[in-house]
Design a protein around this ligand. Structure first.
Ligand SMILES: [Zn+2]
Length: 474
């Protein structure tokens, strides 16, 4: 079974297909006419290893994982006869056929995921709406464990369209190429009669797929995404991938980022008035295309992945003029409060081990750690460099396929500051010392006021210090 992205066994999944690696699989994904909640999958390949499985993460709440929603799993050989399949009951099977046998795997996925509880949110599983169905690749695909690449042929009911994160294969209508296991499984897709629009921003080609009552939100989504992509591309110096899909439908406001797609749900149409809610989600998930899926940690480092992403989402919204200084200070206040409200004895480094309990501290504490480090780097370098230099260097050195560790963050921070920063990490990330939030805010022209009732307020100080430089991009 494929392991979660943090496990070393998954490190090879980004490599392209080569003759001596795993097989190339030809998938067919078919939604039958009149049965929107059913997907029929067929996969054909020449057997190398005998193990096939669903993704080993994302549906941990069920003993059988993603296979809970898969029916009639069958493998046949070139003679059309069924081959013996031994199931482990957890979403993995062993095929009783020799290496070199051309096999065909068939099964159906019943889209009833939206009738279950999902700890990460429905946006990371599958849902059906009157005009569209949404799936993640993990909800759909059983693959050979050694899969390296493949194609997906999509067959849909009349009048439906496919909004996909994959590249069309030239000359083959309805066929798409996937160059890695992650690209197949760690992505979202939308099928139906929803609205679709494609826009280009620099090297990015973004497909927006929007359904239901949110269709009129398409221009707002594009308006906010475009300057964020431009700002993040400037910050990181390059883009991790060129094609992205963003899906948006009605639901409890939430978002999930995948290899080259992200999925959003929103409770009401996206407008200027509620931008503080959905705009943050867009800014956050877009940043994950670099810090999240564009570069990944070797082991759990949620405080960095989520917290630094939240920090830059807030800062970029302010820099782009999407939120004013009043909303900026409110955002900083709520993140600061989450930092002060952490559970006794929990460090930022360890917080991600219990994401549910430490959710607020991971995002808020992580964002405040970014703020503190930004202030330190700017002060140490006399304003010449900032946290953006650290992020850029990390993305350059640990982009797709290479994973960073804590020591790499310390090295990048020290290099940006021009001064060793290991003490900051030892005390405030690995250790439980409170973050120097007040001192950092002062560097950016704000005063922190806390009272004994647990309230925290941020107000503009008399000394703006580095505020102007902070609010304009490097
Ligand atoms: Zn996130």
């Amino acid at each position: 079974m494929r392991l979660p992205p943090f496990a070393p066994a998954a490190l090879c999944t980004l490599t392209l297909a080569a003759a001596d690696t795993g097989p190339t699989v030809a998938f067919r994904l078919r939604v039958p006419e009149g049965q929107p909640r059913r997907a029929e999958i067929e996969a054909r390949w020449v057997l190398k290893g005998q193990a096939i499985s669903v993704a080993g993460w994302g549906a941990e709440q069920f003993p059988e994982g993603w296979s809970k929603f898969m029916k009639d799993v069958q493998v046949t050989g070139p003679d059309g006869k069924a081959r013996k399949l031994t199931a482990d009951g957890k979403g993995a099977w062993t095929v009783d056929a020799a290496t070199g046998t051309a096999v065909t795997l068939t099964y159906a996925v019943e889209l009833t995921h939206d009738r279950e509880a999902w700890p990460h949110g429905l946006d990371e599983a599958a849902y059906a709406k009157p005009d569209a169905v949404f799936y993640t690749g993990m909800a759909l695909f059983i693959t050979p464990d050694d899969l390296e690449s493949g194609t997906v042929r999509v067959e849909l009911p009349k009048g439906w369209k496919a909004s996909l994160p994959w590249r069309p294969v030239a000359g083959q209508a309805g066929v798409y190429a996937v160059s890695s296991y992650d690209e197949l499984v760690s992505n979202g897709l939308m099928l139906g009669t929803h609205a679709e629009r494609v826009f280009q921003e620099g090297a990015f080609r973004v497909t927006l797929a929007v359904g239901g009552a949110l269709k009129p939100s398409m221009p707002m989504l594009e308006k906010v995404m475009k300057p964020h992509i431009a700002a993040y591309t400037r910050m990181f110096g390059s883009v991790p991938r060129a094609d992205y899909l963003v899906t948006l439908h009605e639901g409890l406001t939430d978002g999930g980022a995948f290899a080259n797609s992200y999925s959003l749900l929103a409770g009401e149409p996206l407008t200027e008035a509620n931008l503080i809610d959905w705009g943050h989600l867009v800014a956050h998930e877009t940043f994950h295309l670099w810090n999240g899926t564009g570069m990944e940690p070797k082991v759990q480092m949620d405080w960095f992945k989520e917290g630094f992403t939240d920090y830059f989402a807030i800062l970029t919204m302010a820099r782009l003029g999407l939120i004013d200084e009043c909303l900026l200070t409110k955002k900083l206040e709520s993140h600061a409060r989450r930092t002060f409200d952490r559970a006794q004895g929990v460090t930022l480094a360890e917080a991600g081990k219990n994401k549910k309990q430490n959710w607020g501290f991971i995002y808020g504490g992580g964002a405040m750690a970014a703020l503190c480090l930004d202030a330190r780097i700017r002060e140490a370098s006399g304003g010449a460099r900032s946290l953006e230099h650290m992020m850029r260097a990390l993305f350059r050195d640990f982009g797709p396929g290479r994973k960073y560790e804590l020591k790499d963050l310390i090295a990048a921070a020290s290099q940006a500051a021009g001064k060793d920063q290991s003490d900051f990490f030892a005390r405030h990330i690995q250790g439980g010392e409170p973050l120097p939030v007040s001192e950092a805010l002062k560097v950016f022209g704000f005063d922190l006021v806390r009272n004994t009732q647990g309230e925290a307020f941020i107000r503009a100080s008399q000394e703006p210090k580095m505020k102007a430089a902070w609010l304009k991009p490097d």
